[in-house]
Design a protein around this ligand. Structure first.
Ligand code: RB5
Length: 142
């Protein structure tokens, strides 16, 4: 189950991503925002990050204008590794190396086509389970 959220800057891209997830038959819950009106990205960043940290959702997707504010917010929640990606190489590497559990995107940065490829790459890449990566990830939380 995927938790997804955005502010107004990521609202349009979130609609595209949700349609794409639906097409792929992937279950998700939209944590808002539900209108394109101006709003505060920390509200949605925290809601999705807490949902993922609780263990109820395996992945989160967060979108704001740049992806920066919402990823900074999410990374304040213990257990969250939110990765802001603008390319598929990073999306693959952050799953394989960092076991990232939230993908952050900038709705004003990446186009829809690229964003959907990044989403697919992120969701479809497993963690490597390499000892060195497990060690480094545990060092983040120490
Ligand atoms: C909102 O205008 C914008 O600041 C927000 O979407 C995001 O880019 C913040 O990091």
């Amino acid at each position: 189950m995927i938790a997804i959220g955005s502010d107004h800057g990521g609202f349009e891209l979130k609609q595209e991503i949700m349609a794409h997830l639906k097409k792929r038959g992937l279950a998700f819950r939209d944590f808002g925002t539900y209108t394109p009106e101006s709003c505060d990205y920390p509200v949605y960043g925290k809601a999705v990050a807490q949902a993922v940290a609780s263990g109820e959702y395996s992945f989160g997707i967060l979108i704001c204008g740049t992806g920066i504010g919402i990823s900074i917010t999410a990374n304040k929640i213990p257990g969250i590794r939110a990765a802001l990606c603008t390319d598929c190489f990073s999306a693959e590497a952050t799953r394989a190396h960092n076991n990232a559990n939230i993908l952050a995107l900038g709705g004003r940065v990446v186009g829809v086509g690229l964003a959907l490829k990044i989403v697919d790459t992120f969701l479809d890449t497993p963690f490597s389970e390499d000892e060195r990566h497990i060690r480094r990830i545990s060092m983040i939380e120490e």
